[in-house]
Design a binder for this molecule. Structure first.
Ligand code: GDP
Ligand code: GDP
Length: 449
């Protein structure tokens, strides 16, 4: 359901002389900027409408605010910029790639971090290779992958558009994703328990929380309320959602074999770690795999709980078979935690929660750039990318652009010609070397020339 959208409002921010006005003019084109000419206001804010592909924008230029009061440069910069950002949906954070990242840039980066708004780091003045080092440095601002542009020459606008389109889409589709990304230390680990009806989700939830907070019973669909429970496991805060919400809309008398993907998605997006509950009597049915696949595509950490373990007599054989099936059916998160449990007796729950916290930590892994590139150089040295049409593909540099899930970008030349098998080789190397086994890992390849 796409409501009529107001244009995406973006503020262009950055220290003086990075090219904010130039970018503003480039985006607005010939369109008249809505310049407020009251004294003192003109300098503070120019805004205008722009269109990038299908995307309608209102662009706010904050150029000039820095100079407004040289005596309290920092204070004024902060207040004005904060206001502009607060009133916008996103910020375009410009740096001068030729100059590299300066202390003033870091100051802005810290400010932007605090606002929690989506930020696109724009490395301007990249029309020649003199911008390359600054472009790489920009990753270290910790605000995601920078976009190389030249405002003056109109280069890089397609990439910029792509980044803004993503933000625009996220503004309505992922209201909770931003929340998930802002979580800090000491915040509860957010867990969702999902699975087919009758797998034992409610029983598991009750068992974990240690209270009979919810009704459970043989009829699927008996739990009608969406429940988020704050709770602790061995002193660690947990916020747990039951997928009761998945069933809320369904009438009790309805057949509930079908699980609405939309509802499952909502629960999955709420969570950082998703526990998919299987029934050991019928593990890995199509629906189970669909749910697990959804979890990894959404970039969440996955833990498989194989429930009703009390009903089987051959645990060793079962476990081996299940392990094999899980790795074969979900190769993208091969090695994910798979824990036999009995929600009824409490068997396996310690192990389950331990694996939940472990994978949450792995999902949050940040690999230092230096370490990453030492590994990268050795890996490429050992097994270089194949030549395509007689020409070597070069890979130069890799950096981690995000956690939750770990996301990497590798730069080189002609990276679009890199075969999938080589990409898998890189991905597997990343997983095995940096302890990312069992979590979704993203790897993007970019040509930097
Ligand atoms: P602001 O203070 O951030 O608004 O920066 P301006 O837009 O006034 O630009 C500062 C200087 O950088 C001007 O001399 C611009 O011509 C120059 N500039 C802006 N964009 C580019 C670019 O893409 N490449 C180069 N080489 N110079 C640029
Ligand atoms: P939900 O629909 O996934 O929430 O499933 P419920 O928690 O309502 O459980 C469905 C049925 O499976 C109920 O009859 C439970 O008593 C039973 N059940 C749940 N966990 C276990 C378990 O570990 N062992 C056994 N034997 N039965 C279980």
């Amino acid at each position: 359901m796409r409501e009529a959208q107001r244009p995406l409002r973006v503020a262009i921010v950055g220290r003086p002389n990075v090219g904010k006005s130039t970018l503003f003019n480039r985006l607005i084109g010939r369109r008249l900027a809505l310049v407020d000419d009251r004294p003192g206001v003109t300098r503070d804010r120019r805004e205008g409408e722009a269109r990038l592909g299908d995307l309608a924008l209102v662009v706010v230029d904050t150029a000039g605010l820095e100079e407004a009061d040289p005596n309290s440069l920092e204070g004024r910069m902060r207040a004005q910029t904060e206001t502009a950002i607060a009133e916008s949906d996103a910020a375009l954070f410009l740096i001068d790639a030729r100059a590299g990242v300066t202390p003033a840039d870091r100051h802005f980066a810290a400010l932007l971090h605090r606002t929690g708004k989506p930020v696109v780091v724009v490395a301007n003045k990249c029309e020649r290779s003199s911008g390359e080092p600054g472009f790489y440095e920009a990753f270290e601002l910790g605000l995601g992958e920078p976009i190389a542009v030249s405002a003056e020459h109109g280069l890089g606008l397609a990439d910029l558009t792509e980044a803004l389109v993503r933000i625009d889409a996220a503004r309505e589709q992922h209201p909770t994703e931003a929340e998930a990304h802002e979580a800090g230390e000491g915040d509860p680990v957010r867990i969702a328990i999902v699975g087919r009806p009758n797998a034992g989700k409610s029983t598991l939830l009750n068992r974990l929380i240690g209270e009979e907070r919810m009704l459970t019973g043989p009829e699927a669909g008996i739990t009608r309320d969406a429940i988020a429970v704050d709770w602790e496991w061995k002193g660690r805060p947990v916020r747990l959602v039951d997928t009761a919400g998945l069933r809320r809309k369904a009438r009790v008398q309805e057949k509930l074999e079908r699980l609405s993907v939309g509802d499952a998605l909502r629960a999955i997006r709420f969570a950082e770690v998703v526990v998919v509950v299987l029934d050991v009597q019928s593990p890995f049915e199509k629906q189970d795999l669909q749910i697990a696949d959804l979890v990894t595509r959404e970039g969440r950490a996955l833990v498989i709980a194989v429930n009703k373990w009390d009903t089987i007599t051959d645990p060793d054989v079962r476990l081996r078979d299940l392990r094999e099936a899980a790795d074969r059916l979900l190769p993208q998160v091969r090695g994910m935690p798979l824990v036999p449990v009995s929600a009824l007796t409490g068997f396996g729950l310690d192990r389950l929660m331990k694996d939940v916290f472990d994978i949450h930590a792995r999902w949050n892994t940040r690999v230092p750039t230096g370490e990453l590139n030492r590994w990268f150089a050795a890996l490429i040295d050992h097994h270089p990318p194949p030549a395509v049409a007689g020409r070597r593909i070069k890979l130069r540099y890799v950096t981690q652009t995000a956690v939750r899930p770990p996301t990497f970008v590798a730069f080189g030349s002609r990276t679009d010609a890199i075969p999938d098998s080589y990409k898998r080789y890189l991905l597997n190397g990343l997983r095995d070397t940096f302890g990312l086994v069992g979590v979704p890992v993203r790897l993007h390849l970019r040509s930097a020339d």
